[in-house]
Design a protein around this ligand. Structure first.
Ligand code: PGA
Length: 243
């Protein structure tokens, strides 16, 4: 079975005061049967990594290079240096706002592996693509073009129209997509593809987590808004642990 993983993506939210949420989450994560990851903004990464053991820390992005004249960027090696174990790559907000292509996302995934950290590779379709019946083919080709050669990765399927909107695809749509992605991973990596965690992301909340985690080939969640408060994130972790 793939590992059950719940990852919180704080995006551009949180100052030092938010570390108390992380501590509360980390105490709750101690007793749970799943891997919990938090991806705070870069300014909090080091303190976050120092203050928790039962929650793994991840970056929200990395550059594909090791060092160099890339103002404002952070390399995967720098994330590894502060004991981050994961990094989100190819989030739809970065694909859209920074024109990150599959080629760039693949380079970032390779950079993460080079630095010894696990990339969480995000893919997802727009509403127009969903409505035109092309979601599975578009997301599959996005994933195929973003994959590195090594299988030490995590996948996050996040329909763009579900992110931050409160709208969640129906269970049939989630099942169809996750089954297709599993097939693609097995086709690419052989039996190793069966062990890669495929997370669902987009408006996951305490109220819908349980039914989403019951879907075959959903191995956890990437959570945005509901990861900012321990009172929302802890029940999601618990739902995954009990699934
Ligand atoms: P959301 O964001 O849970 O707030 O919809 C998910 C994400 O962007 O990873």
């Amino acid at each position: 079975m793939p590992r059950k993983i719940v990852a919180g993506n704080w995006k551009m939210n949180g100052t030092k005061a938010a570390l108390k949420e992380l501590l509360t989450i980390s105490i709750a994560a101690d007793d749970l049967d799943c891997t919990a990851i938090l991806c705070p903004p870069a300014t909090l990464l080091q303190q976050a990594a120092q203050s928790t053991r039962s929650v793994a820390i991840g970056g929200q992005n990395c550059h594909h290079g090791v060092t160099g004249a890339y103002t404002g960027d952070i390399s995967a090696e720098m994330l590894a240096d502060i004991n981050a174990q994961y990094v989100i790559v190819g989030h739809s907000e970065r694909r859209k706002n920074y024109a990150e292509t599959d080629v760039i996302v693949q380079a970032k995934a390779l950079a993460a592996l080079r630095a010894g950290i696990t990339p969480i590779i995000c893919i997802g379709e727009s509403l127009a693509q969903r409505e035109s019946g092309q979601a599975i083919s578009i997301v599959s080709s996005q994933l195929a073009a973003s994959l590195p050669a090594e299988a030490q990765i995590v996948i996050a399927y996040e329909p763009i129209w579900a992110i931050g909107t409160g709208i969640v695809p129906n269970l049939e749509q989630i099942t169809g997509m996750h089954d297709a992605l599993r097939k693609l991973l097995v086709g690419t990596y052989g039996t190793q593809g069966n062990y890669i965690s495929i997370l669902y992301g987009g408006s996951v909340k305490p109220s819908n987590a349980q039914e989403i985690f019951a879907v075959t080939n959903v191995n956890g969640a990437l959570v945005g808004g509901a990861s900012l408060k321990a009172t929302d994130f802890i029940p999601i972790m618990q739902a995954l642990s009990e699934s």
